[in-house]
Design a protein around this ligand. Structure first.
Ligand code: 13P
Ligand code: SF4
Length: 366
């Protein structure tokens, strides 16, 4: 694999085969090449030792590790067989033949893997790694909205739990949300639960957006408008904190900066950015754009991962804002997950089969 190459499914496959022969020194050297400018030497040696043990155990147990783009740099660049955004990792989870999937991400991601591939053991290396969006809505909330807007298709962001997905027609991720909404060919769509993502998708697809109040009543459903989306009040506790003022301040400090944001940010922040897209789309933007300096408005760790992949470019971050849930996942706990077979994700079969329809429909439309 080239030093500056963003890991892809194909070249990570190759890397896994190399790992099957790696000694500790080789693991350390592979990590040092990528991370010496990011992870200080004592930490690098310590993490390389952990990575070596994890990779050995992974092979012994016929496990694969999936790593979300938000994982800390040492973990991200050493133990995952596949890395990427939530859409890509769902696709990998659906087709893997490994016995065990260790999901280095948050609970809704591991749950989605279990929904798609129920015969596999799916492990999350933390007892709890939630998400403010997933906890913002319940299955009862979705049923209430369906009763209020009968026959209107329901699109649910993948950042939700299985019982919520089970109530919906189709899932989406930030990578395909507009595509999914358009695919429904419906004048009105219920889009849950991220208010900001809904507003950004409404803008992109030319639909109007209505966000009912918390109990879903007292909403004026404007039938004069041709295209509309009904949203919810969920927010990502990380992305909702970035402001247009942050962007203006950084632009004043670094006039050459290119600003990239995630569509869970407010529409105002997205409008003030040079690019907005899924976590993988943000990485690709940095790879392909001539700018030398970027402000990365998403979980801070991803800035390190981009810097490791594209070291000739400079990443600015606002690291006072972190995702406490993603940061639950550590290399120490990933090793324990494999040693102790913990924490196993389970989804009641009756819920899983209904949730599967919504997730699989998303996977099918591409
Ligand atoms: P992606 O689907 O873009 O990877 O994002 C997931 C997420 O949780 C963003 O906060
Ligand atoms: Fe959830 Fe936001 Fe964390 Fe992503 S960054 S997992 S949306 S809380």
């Amino acid at each position: 694999m080239q030093k500056h190459e963003i890991p892809t499914c194909a070249n990570y496959n190759r890397l896994s085969k190399q790992k099957s022969m790696t000694t500790f020194e080789q693991t350390y050297e592979q990590m040092r090449v990528k991370l010496s400018g990011i992870v200080p030497e004592p930490e690098l040696r310590y993490k390389a030792e952990l990575a070596h043990q994890i990779n050995q155990l992974k092979r012994e147990k016929n496990a694969i590790i999936l790593g979300h783009n938000y994982m800390e740099a040492a973990l991200f660049n050493s133990i995952p067989d596949y890395v990427g955004d939530s859409l890509y990792l769902s696709r990998v989870a659906a087709r893997t033949t490994a016995d065990i999937i260790v999901f280095c991400g948050v609970e809704f991601m591991a749950e989605t893997a279990k929904i798609l591939n129920p015969n596999k053991t799916v492990l999350l290396p933390a007892a709890k790694a939630g998400c403010s969006l997933a906890s913002s809505i319940t299955a009862a909330d979705v049923r209430m909205l369906k009763a209020r807007f009968p026959g209107v298709p329901v699109v649910t962001y993948v950042n939700t739990y299985a019982d919520v997905k089970a109530e919906t027609d189709i899932c989406c991720t930030s990578a395909n949300a507009a595509h999914v909404v358009r695919s429904l060919n419906s004048d009105t769509v219920i889009f849950l639960p991220d208010e900001y993502l809904a507003r950004n998708v409404a803008k992109e697809t030319g639909k109007h957006i209505i966000v009912p109040n918390k109990n879903g009543v007292n909403v004026s459903f404007n039938t004069d408008v041709d295209f509309q989306m009904v949203g919810w009040h969920g927010r990502c506790e990380v992305h909702e904190q970035f402001t247009v003022e942050d962007i203006e301040t950084v632009r004043a400090q670094f006039p050459d900066v290119a600003v990239i944001s995630h569509p869970e940010c407010s529409p105002e922040v997205v409008a003030a950015s040079d690019f907005a897209g899924s976590t993988t789309a943000m990485i690709k933007f940095v790879e392909n754009n001539p700018a030398q300096r970027y402000l990365v408005l998403t979980e801070c760790s991803m800035g390190d991962n981009i810097a490791a992949a594209v070291p000739q470019k400079e990443m600015l971050r606002l690291c006072m804002i972190r995702c406490p849930h993603m940061n639950q996942i550590t290399m120490e706990d990933t090793l324990l997950a494999l040693q102790l077979n913990r924490y196993e994700i389970t989804v009641p079969e009756e819920i899983r089969v209904r949730a599967y329809r919504a997730v699989e429909r998303m996977i099918q439309i591409g």
